[in-house]
Ligand binder design. Structure first.
Ligand SMILES: Cc1cc2nc3c(=O)[nH]c(=O)nc-3n(C[C@H](O)[C@H](O)[C@H](O)COP(=O)(O)O)c2cc1C
Length: 438
């Protein structure tokens, strides 16, 4: 029998108290409020490194969720991704505390200049010794654009056009400015000027003469992740992504996203299997299925409906406040994100979601599925999800932090290792090497 494909694991978190599980900061086991302690991050990183996770992936936004009921109050009250810190800051400390764990940091291409951001990523690639990835997003919150003095955010597809150009600037800075042996440190020469080149980039949004400020880092460029499955998002992923995050409530929805993504990669002239796909999943694992069911019930008790509506409205631009919970949810095109709403509507025409069902679905771990059970039962579900969707692994959202990741390390990872779906020990190398990316 051929070996069953490896299942990659990322932990999904954010530099805030409440990431994808609205209201669960109220659960007594949740330590998310410690996000301002460096020790919270370094001990989480050590836990994940020891458990064989590929990476810790940090989400980010630069705006407040103020779409629901036309107010930010619900998001502020429920701790929905606010208060929020800068996800790049804890990375070098976490790198010092770990050996193999990779770090994916989300940064939007809509809010800052590529010349400055390319340097920050190269710096982190040096300091992590090649363990850094960039989740390239285009943003969806109008409040972010307003606070950065951009006025209205660019229209949805224009944001991706700008992101295409942004990545081209970064790629040229990372790969075409400095030759491998530019730094010589000999005689009176630190760097050979003949081996440092301008990039002479002139585009629609950016003019960057060069040269880049940084010497080449272990990976030269961060692993490029992408996370937006609208048609324009997929075209962007097809051109640039080495790994992709997807999210949706069923294997039907995710299998469609994986198929469309691999076609987009092929349309861009690349090998469709060269992109590693992570689907979002929230595990609730315990020693027995009964104990896991009890935990899940406790988590649901801490859920904030008001928070879920704030989150959903920010993602989709659709305000469900005050709408009859039994009303079916329909797709409407907006200038926020598009694939979040599509995953509950057009992606699976055979499954009609009501407004109330969607809000409750977001209680634990956001838009993805929840896998509840013993280690073996959660591992069964994870195998089914990858085998039925063609994805390569999971972006694991937490109910409580670090509790969810402790449960995975104790109950699920040993089971996946026993089944040959995770390596039995640490996998050294750069993040790109660990994800087997070309
Ligand atoms: C798993 C996952 C994680 C995401 N994380 C972020 C994030 O941290 N910040 C962000 O602005 N957008 C995030 N997004 C949203 C997308 O990157 C994208 O901006 C949004 O979905 C709009 O693109 P679309 O219309 O192509 O879906 C995430 C999406 C997914 C599926």
């Amino acid at each position: 029998m051929p070996a069953r494909p490896r299942i990659h694991l990322n932990a999904f978190a954010m530099m805030c108290a409440g990431h994808q599980s609205p209201g669960l900061w109220r659960h007594p086991a949740d330590q998310g409020f410690r996000y301002t302690d460096l020790d919270h991050w370094t001990s989480l990183a050590r836990l994940l490194d020891g458990a064989g996770f590929d990476a810790l992936f940090l989400a980010d936004v630069l705006g407040v969720y103020d779409v629901a009921a036309g107010s930010r109050d619900a998001a502020v009250r429920a701790g929905i991704q606010i208060p929020l810190g800068d996800p790049m800051m804890p990375v070098s400390a976490m790198a010092a505390a770990t050996t193999n764990l990779g770090f994916g940091v989300t940064v939007s291409t809509s809010y800052e200049h590529p010349y400055a951001l390319a340097r920050r990523f190269t710096t982190l690639d040096h300091l992590t010794r090649g363990r850094i990835g960039w989740n390239v997003v285009t943003g969806y919150l109008a409040s972010a654009a307003a606070n950065l003095g951009l006025g209205e955010q660019l229209a949805h597809d224009e944001r991706y056009a700008q992101a295409d150009e942004y990545l081209e600037v970064c790629r040229r800075l990372w790969h075409e400015s400095w030759e491998d042996d530019a730094v010589v440190r000999s005689g009176d020469t630190y760097t050979d000027p003949a081996k440092v080149h301008d990039i002479d980039f002139h585009g629609r949004w950016y003019d960057v003469p060069g040269p880049f400020l940084c010497e080449p880092s272990p990976q030269r460029s961060p692993v490029i992740f992408q996370a937006g499955a609208s048609p324009r998002g997929l075209a962007f992923a097809g051109r640039h992504a080495e790994a992709v995050f997807i999210s949706g409530p069923s294997t039907t929805v995710l299998a469609g996203q994986v198929d469309r993504l691999r076609s987009a990669v092929s349309d861009a002239g690349r090998d469709p299997s060269s992109v590693t796909v992570f689907c979002q999943l929230a595990p609730v694992a315990a020693a027995t299925s009964t104990a896991a069911d009890d935990l899940y019930a406790e988590y649901l008790d801490s859920f904030s409906l008001e928070g879920a509506l704030a989150l959903f409205a920010g993602w989709t631009g659709l305000d469900l406040t005050g709408i009859d919970p039994d009303q079916p949810l329909r797709y409407v095109e907006s200038d926020a994100g598009r694939s979040a709403l599509a995953s509950f509507t057009t992606d699976d025409p055979d499954r009609e979601w009501t407004v109330g069902e969607v809000a409750r679905h977001l209680a634990v771990g956001g838009r993805g599925p929840v896998a509840v059970g013993s280690g073996a039962e959660v591992a069964d579900q994870m195998e089914t999800w990858v085998d039925e969707t063609g994805a390569d692994g999971f972006n694991l959202a937490y109910a409580v932090v670090p509790g969810t990741f402790e449960q995975v390390a104790e109950h699920v990872v040993p089971e996946l290792r026993r089944r040959g779906r995770m390596p039995s020990g640490p996998v050294p190398g750069t993040l790109r090497e660990r994800l087997a990316l070309r």
